[in-house]
Design a protein around this ligand. Sequence first.
Ligand code: SAH
Ligand code: SF4
Ligand code: F3S
Length: 454
Amino acid sequence: MTGKNHYHIVTFGCQMNESDSERMHGIMDQLGYTETGSIDNSDVILINTCCVRETAENKVYGLLGRLKKIKEKRPELVIGVGGCMTQLESTAAHIKKRYPYVNFVFGTGLMHQLPDLLERATESKKTMIICPTPEGVYEGLPVKRADGLKAWVPVMYGCDNFCTYCIVPHVRGRERSRRPEDILKEVKDLTLSGCKEVTLLGQNVNSYGKDFGNGYGFGDLLDCLNNVEGLLRIRFMTSHPKDFSFGLIDSLERNPKVCEHFHIPLQSGSDHVLKAMNRGYDREYYLGLISGIRKRIPRASITTDIMVGFPGETEEDFAATIDMLERVGYDAAYTFIYNIRSGTPAEKMADQIPGEEKTRRIGALIKRQNQISIEKNTEEAGRIHQVLVEGPSKSDEELMTGRTRTNKLVIFPGRSFKKGDLADVKIIGGTLTYLKGEEPGEKKCPCVGNIAEV
Ligand code: SAH
Ligand code: SF4
Ligand code: F3S
């Protein structure tokens, strides 16, 4: 140990990385370090990296560049780089060569090795690299969460799908599920410390449990977590369309804590692009899922991920994606420009789309989706939603914010409410990103399970 005790963790990427960073925070606190919230006055800086697109990597390189000056002034500063970027051999080697002042590079899921790495950090003048292929699941690590009300809970790690554009399976390893008893323990402990909502995380939650080989699946896990006393809401993401089963809807119907929101990435609305992406479904199949969900849970919210500019995407293919936006009527969509990832099959595909064309397509996609999102949110006017209150709005202390079961942000006057309360809020209007609510009448008891709507 260096004898110094201030640290800062910088996290890039998805909720999985956020969740890993929460475990790193837990370990650092247990080691007696204090988080400073800034790179300037820390003795240890840990960077949790993402490589899903080049922009994410560039942010990391930009930060490493800035750290050079700080390290020159304070050579005793310890810098550790972890997360997805480190799992690519060439990237780890590049970090060592170009940023030799980094003390150690550690692979995804190696948080448990942090105490040892910190111990050894100053022993060697050279960057240590410890990035084995990710495997197994480490339980029992301490966790420190940013928010007490809501928590990310990983239920599985890795991905077996190998979509042809995607680096995730290459850096996160094969799919492996956490044991239900470990997840249950984590969720029970969370609720004991005041947490009211958990979001179960996995690249493809519908294949949870396949590796157990005993028939136990995601629906069983939801059944089990629904019984946790004190917990009000259960969310989950991501649902890969190819593994989505209507059994999930059965489970949602019998488990009132499970919320009516599905994040089902479409990626493209064109059958031939979906095939080239290796997504394992076509438009018809996807639309069948959506109509099945709408039939049984008409007011469920549905969000998605969409990519434009995949190699070979024609104007017609792009039009098919826009057509799917219209047909499905997504509440919201995360939109991405395809970005070549070295080592993936799509890297070598012919007909890469020129940058300016990709920019045009994403502009048109966002424009249309924004209109749809505004329409969807406006349609909520007049309905009553159960809102889990998160606290006062940052811009106006008089207003409270919270989320509906369908994961929509609501802003409403409600000074008698506090963080963690449930409020039945009548919606009076909708914008692109949030719903406006009316001041609720009396406080609601924190019972669960009413899909509150008129
Ligand atoms: N497991 C999730 C997605 C995880 S990555 C799923 O399959 O749905 C999050 C999103 O990043 C993906 O849905 C995809 O839209 C986007 N993405 C992944 N690789 C990309 C790439 N090479 N270029 C652009 N976007 C990409
Ligand atoms: Fe990537 Fe596809 Fe796996 Fe999602 S399912 S993480 S997009 S390979
Ligand atoms: Fe997530 Fe980025 Fe890794 S999206 S899984 S942090 S590559």
